[in-house]
Design a protein around this ligand. Structure first.
Ligand code: ZN
Ligand code: ZN
Length: 576
């Protein structure tokens, strides 16, 4: 009978000091925050948060690594630790020590997923968290009604998240009962309850707006930003800290290369970020702050994972398929380092057939050639010289020079221009087809070129006639328009256009305007003299408002009268 007895001691799993509560919402946008986990732990043990933290968690915290002149000092192990901010959900040394202590107490291994620790060394921690507690009343109410565990998602603690991504309402930060704000965690906090009056914080839809500080309507950007933040938090379990910087750099370069042909400035323009910042990101000098990071993902309409996932794994985003969304209509000057431009110029010197300097500037994204001349004036001179020489007669042994453009193509271009209402000038067509001047075209098709020129001249005559009529009509207006305004009406930006085509009308306009100004001045002066006799005497500011002028204009244009009005003003009399 004794043989059947098993005398080996059964293996007993290690006991935990605190209940190993399962974190809620792992892998979803509403993943629980570490602050909420602490609140729930205290609630489960029926003790205030302050007591649980100070008696059970603080003694297990690893000592802080002190550097520099703080090295020799011991960490103050005060019996009470103030737990008032959301920063323990963060990405620095402090949150890491809290996670270590709580994992030691609960023997869980996944508590770092309740913080942003995986973004350590990637995002900058400044301005990450709210200073006061925030919540979605609808979420809290829903969980209470459906009997789910009440907790506080990590998302609610982030200052960038203004909206609940599920209910699309503003997060509340004022207790509906006592109308006060509260610190994120206090000694007596309980999940879903006010830390000041202990009442329930949940409510029906729409309560959020009354409990929130914000009186402004939600913008679509705020909703999108909260959704993207949720998306980022949902993948904290998949991300490996440390390699995020490298992944980001790789993915960003790929995106800029495939969508914007490597033009960082065009990318910056599209995502609405400073071009210099993008240049730094592309060089790997720094990483965007979180709001910029979200802005990029929102603008490109890609998941946040697209920039932080491992590039060697299966692609999360097919960049080339996004190209249709990007419009390249607006040319954006590319930011280029000096040495890059220099290299391009050196290559261009050796190019056959020799390109013009303008052509090289166009290829490199410059609007003129000045930028190139600033980088390497000597090389630019060489390029220009080579380009000019390429038109000189070649030595006979090289055979006849090849045609620049077939005669049929030239003729087609000229006829097409002539068919237009405002034809393209011959010189412009010549440059477009690769000629340096219009003379080869004029030599080949003299009649066509002459007709185009005649059409252009007659078009200009008609245009000037219409313009003259507009200017003459403006002379009768009261008040007469300014020269700049009139130029705008004529379709030009520069007011000199009027003097250039209608010098006599320009003089008449100026005289007319001066006469008008003088009569206005006289009228104002007589009104001011009338005001001087008024009882009770008004102040200068009041007079200026009545005349629809600013006080400074009044003082500048009528210094003597302003002084008299000021002397009579009630304020001055009271003072004396
Ligand atoms: Zn909600
Ligand atoms: Zn309250």
């Amino acid at each position: 009978m004794y043989e059947t007895w098993d005398l080996t001691i059964p293996e007993i799993p290690t006991r935990t000091r605190l209940y190993p509560l399962e974190p809620i919402g792992k892998g979803t946008p509403l993943v629980e925050g570490l602050t909420s986990y602490i609140l729930r732990l205290a609630d489960a043990h029926s003790v205030p948060v302050g007591i649980l933290v100070n008696r059970e968690v603080v003694p297990l915290r690893p000592a802080a690594q002190r550097r520099g002149r703080w090295k020799d000092r011991r960490e103050p192990r005060s019996p009470t630790v103030s737990l008032t901010s959301y920063s323990i959900n963060g990405l620095e040394d402090g949150p890491w020590r809290w996670v270590q202590a709580l994992e030691a107490a609960t023997l869980r291994k996944d508590l770092s997923q309740l913080t942003l620790l995986c973004f350590r060394g990637f995002f900058c921690y400044i301005h990450f968290f709210r200073r006061v507690r925030a919540w979605c009343p609808s979420c809290l109410e829903e969980w209470r009604i459906t009997g789910k565990t009440v907790y506080e998602p990590l998302l609610w603690s982030l200052s960038l998240a203004k909206v609940c991504p599920y209910h699309r309402c503003c997060l509340a930060d004022r207790c509906p009962s006592c109308h006060r704000q509260m610190a994120p965690v206090t000694s007596d906090s309980r999940p879903g309850h006010c830390a000041r009056c202990c009442r329930w914080l949940g409510g029906a839809d729409g309560d959020a707006t009354t409990q929130s500080e914000s009186i402004y309507p939600l913008t679509p950007l705020e909703v999108l930003r909260s959704e993207k933040l949720g998306e980022l938090l949902a993948c904290t379990s998949q991300l490996r800290g440390g390699v995020l910087r490298r992944n980001f750099l790789h993915n960003l370069r790929k995106c800029v290369g495939e969508l914007f042909r490597g033009n960082g400035a065009a990318f910056a323009h599209f995502v609405n970020c400073p071009a210099s910042a993008v240049e730094y990101w592309l060089r790997g000098v720094c990483i965007p702050r979180i709001h910029r990071f979200l802005q990029i993902c929102i603008r490109l309409e890609v998941p946040t994972l697209a920039f932080v996932s491992n590039p060697s794994q299966e692609e999360t985003v097919d960049w080339s398929s996004l190209a249709s969304r990007i419009d390249h209509d607006r040319p954006v000057r590319r930011y280029r380092r000096k040495d890059e431009t220099l290299r391009a110029l050196e290559l261009a010197v050796r190019e056959r057939p020799s390109p013009s300097l303008r052509e090289i500037a166009r290829r490199l994204g410059y609007s003129g050639t000045e930028g190139l001349r600033g980088v390497a004036p000597e090389i630019c001179k060489q390029i220009t010289k080579r380009f000019e020489n390429s038109f000189a007669p070649e030595p006979y042994h090289k055979g006849p020079r090849p045609r620049i453009c077939a005669a049929t193509r030239v003729e087609a271009a000229l006829r097409k221009s002539l068919a237009q209402r405002t034809p393209e000038p011959v010189a412009q067509i010549a440059v477009r087809l690769g000629y340096a001047s219009p003379s080869p075209l004029q030599g080949q098709f003299p009649d066509l070129c002459r007709t185009i020129h005649a059409k252009l001249v007659s078009g200009k005559k008609t245009r000037l006639k219409v313009m003259r009529r507009i200017v003459i009509r403006a002379l009768d207006e009261s008040p007469p328009p300014s020269l700049r305004e009139l130029a705008h009406r004529l379709g030009y930006r520069d007011k000199k256009i009027i003097r250039r085509y209608f010098p006599e009308l320009n003089v008449a306009l100026i005289e007319h305007r001066e006469a008008h100004e003088q009569s206005k001045f006289r009228q104002l002066r007589s009104r001011l003299q009338g005001i001087l006799c008024e009882q009770p005497p008004p102040s200068v500011g009041e007079v200026a408002r009545r005349l629809r002028l600013s006080s400074s204009t009044l003082w500048r244009r009528f210094p003597d009268l302003s002084r008299s009005i000021g002397a009579r003003s009630p304020w001055r009399r009271k003072k004396s």
